[in-house]
Design a protein. Structure first.
Length: 115
């Protein structure tokens, strides 16, 4: 069974950076299918970064230019580098398949951005 473990969150001042890591265990077809989601209280879970079918990274509008995806095949992980963080980026970040057929969710990692 696939297991997803997120890490790297924390408290950062606005304008700061964090690098989140998603470690994948179990059998998946490709790390390209793993994206990063954001859960903000009172809002639906949102896919903020993913790899397109052509292999290009795609980001939601408010993350473009500030977030970047990195794959590490040796560690079987997908990292999300987040720069110039804003208070509205605050939330729980989770990784999962970029598909309606999801793997079991991990616990996520909390990102808190102070002003």
């Amino acid at each position: 069974q696939v297991q997803l473990v997120e890490s790297g969150g924390g408290l950062v001042q606005a304008g700061g950076s964090l690098r989140l890591s998603c470690e994948v265990s179990g059998s998946i077809s490709s790390l390209d299918e793993i994206g990063w989601y954001r859960q903000i209280p009172g809002r639906s879970r949102e896919l903020v970064a993913r790899i397109s079918i052509l292999g290009d990274p795609i980001y939601v509008d408010d993350a473009r230019g500030r977030f970047a995806l990195f794959k590490d095949d040796t560690k079987n992980s997908v990292d999300l580098q987040m720069d110039n963080l804003r208070p509205e980026d605050q939330g729980v970040y989770l990784c999962n398949r970029n598909s309606c057929r999801l793997y079991p969710w991990g616990r996520g990692t909390q990102v808190t951005v102070s002003t």
